[in-house]
Design a protein around this ligand. Structure first.
Ligand code: PLP
Length: 394
């Protein structure tokens, strides 16, 4: 085993060796600009981009003209929301989202509010699910966009995307979903789910960093977007700038692998996930799973431990690379808005830890993780004077 063992796959993933192998020629001898169609360098780069676009489209059931390359999922989300609102060119637009979106969505919505548009932030229940009835009753005559994440990055809860899509379609409202945690982990078909726009990122699916995708529906209905970066007109004039060919080749290969491995991998990781959850529940007193027990990503575990400080716990588990809540919210030092929204007390938020599982975790690592958490929580509580409470149960 390589220490510290990586259990932070919800933050980012390593590049799959097969992805790197596919990328390498485009970082070296095949360096052409795909817009330079006057010679073979440009043409071979263009062909590589076309292949990647097809692989991405195939993973989500889209067509190649509906795939736009950006720099990150954050940029895709900004383009989707701002670009859509700007293209509408209406006053007083109403948007519906949730309280547990990634900051990329929440802060873009806050930005939009400055221009007089209104945003409804839907509540979630204590497992992180929205209430479909609340969604229905939030819809007004000026509601133009619903943006709800497919799955949560902190607690792994998977939203009822199919129902949300249906409601949006019935009400002729455009539906964008931040699928950064979900693409490649659960099956997604944009037509079956009535998704109009979808954002995700290379580095969460064993591709490189610095590449994002935005799916924009072209037909039934046609979604119009105003570009946010002006320039040479690449990506159907929606995102100018020379294409990041090696990263595009990488995310394309990453999508192809996910398409092939999705079911097998998610089954394997679900077994790991539930083994860890069941062991923690059985062996650690006063431990609380955050998020839904079953409507949950195979890659996510989030626990709150009573009478534990998560920063101390991470220090204690020095062989384990994991996270307190989400990497983004821990940077700002604020308590997680997601854990607040599911009703966790400040004390349990302080005791929350996220373990992200992924492709390269092994049986041996899972066993090590379980032993290490049980031991670390116990030792910290022991030190804090909770010896009796713990040992009667162990
Ligand atoms: C990681 C993540 C993002 C941001 O992705 P970047 O590519 O790093 O910008 C947005 N939403 C969710 C749910 C994420 O997990």
């Amino acid at each position: 085993m390589k220490f510290p063992i990586y259990f932070d796959y919800n933050s980012t993933t390593p590049i799959d060796p097969l992805v790197l192998e596919e990328m390498m020629p485009y970082l070296t001898e095949k360096f052409g600009n795909p817009s330079s169609r006057t010679h073979s360098y440009g043409l071979e780069a263009e062909i590589a981009v076309d292949i990647a676009r097809k692989r991405i489209a195939d993973l989500i059931g889209a067509s190649v003209e509906e795939i736009i390359f950006t720099g990150t999922a954050t940029e895709s989300i900004n383009l989707a929301i701002k670009g859509f609102i700007e293209a509408l060119n209406e006053d007083n637009i109403h948007i519906v989202t949730t309280k547990i979106e990634h900051s990329a969505v929440l802060n873009t919505c806050k930005y939009i509010e400055q221009f007089g548009h209104k945003v409804t932030y839907l509540n979630v229940d204590n497992s992180g699910l929205i209430d479909i009835e609340e969604l229905k009753s939030s819809i007004k005559s000026n509601t133009r966009l619903v943006t709800i994440q497919t799955a949560n990055n902190e607690i792994g809860t998977i939203q009822p995307i199919s129902e949300i899509g249906e409601i949006c379609r019935e009400n002729k409202i455009v539906f964008h979903t931040d699928a950064s945690q979900a693409v490649g982990k659960i099956p997604i078909n944009v037509d079956e789910l009535n998704i109009d726009m979808l954002s995700f990122s290379g580095h969460k699916i064993y591709g490189p960093k610095g590449i994002g995708v935005l799916f924009i529906r072209k037909k039934k209905p046609t979604i119009k977007i105003k570009e946010q970066i002006h320039g040479g007109g690449q990506e159907r004039n929606l995102r100018s700038g020379t294409l990041n060919v090696p990263a595009i080749v990488g995310i394309g290969k990453a999508c192809e692998i996910c398409n092939k491995e999705l079911y097998k991998e998610s089954l394997r990781l679900t077994v790991y996930r539930d083994r860890i959850i069941n062991n923690i529940k059985a062996r650690i007193e006063n431990s609380y799973l955050n998020g839904h027990p079953t409507k949950r990503l195979s890659t996510n575990i989030n626990f709150s431990f009573k009478n534990i400080d998560n920063v101390q716990l991470l220090r204690e588990m020095k062989d384990i690379a994991c996270s307190t809540g989400s990497a983004c919210s821990s940077e700002s030092g604020e308590p997680s808005h997601t854990l607040i929204a599911i009703g966790r007390s400040p004390e349990l938020i302080r005791g929350s830890v996220r373990f992200g599982l992924g492709r390269f975790n092994t049986d041996e690592e899972i066993e090590y993780l379980i032993k290490n958490i049980v031991k670390s929580v116990s030792e910290l509580r022991q030190r804090a004077g909770f010896l009796d409470e713990i040992y009667t149960r162990l």
